[in-house]
Write a protein that binds this ligand. Structure first.
Ligand code: S3P
Length: 176
């Protein structure tokens, strides 16, 4: 069965919600950032600082190519995968793409409570402004590349799962 691929900004909860969906569907869960960290034996922040963003994006592209050949997974992706069209091309070959959308204020709040350092949002500027700018630069990409948009504001994991499952089943039925 096709993968369910979660895209969206840092801090929308792709990992937590993805794990919930994977458990509910009895599927394996894959996180692209965690896969990169395991491969490089460095945190994402350290990879950015030591080798730069282009190096990170190259590894991200390779990992996504590998993951796209898998089946029946729930895949949570880093917020920047939409920056390379090739990533979406690969993921779409065997995947249903779900964009998790939340307000800039909610994302900012979630990131303040997160222990993970996001190098692109950690450059010393006000976090709300940094999130706002990144969001504005990427919103059209998230919208254009997704098969489903889920507004996750004020929704429980169960509600989100039900919405994803319904749309996924319709998508599978239509592509038969
Ligand atoms: C990034 C998002 C991060 C991580 C890296 C770059 C981005 O993933 O891949 O810091 O460009 O938005 P999360 O979306 O899981 O935070």
């Amino acid at each position: 069965m096709k993968n369910i691929v979660l895209i969206g900004m840092s801090g929308v909860g792709k990992t937590a919600k993805g794990k919930y969906i994977a458990r509910a569907m009895d599927r394996d869960f894959v996180d692209t950032d965690a896969t990169i960290v395991k491969r490089e034996l460095l945190s994402i922040d350290d990879i950015f600082h030591k080798y730069g963003e282009d190096y990170f994006r190259d590894i991200e592209e390779e990992i996504i190519k590998d993951i796209s050949s898998l089946d029946n997974r729930v895949i949570s992706t880093g917020g920047g995968i939409v920056l390379r069209e090739k990533n979406i091309e690969n993921l779409k070959k065997n995947g249903f793409i779900v964009y998790f959308k939340a307000d800039v204020a909610t994302i900012t709040e979630n990131l303040k409570n997160s222990k993970t350092i996001r190098p692109l949002l950690n450059k010393g500027e006000d976090l709300y402004i940094a999130v706002h700018n990144l969001y504005k630069a990427r919103e059209d990409l998230y919208l254009n590349y997704s098969d489903l948009v889920v507004d996750v504001e004020d929704k429980s994991q169960e509600q989100i799962y039900n919405q994803v499952l319904k749309a996924y089943n319709e998508f599978i039925a239509c592509s038969k």
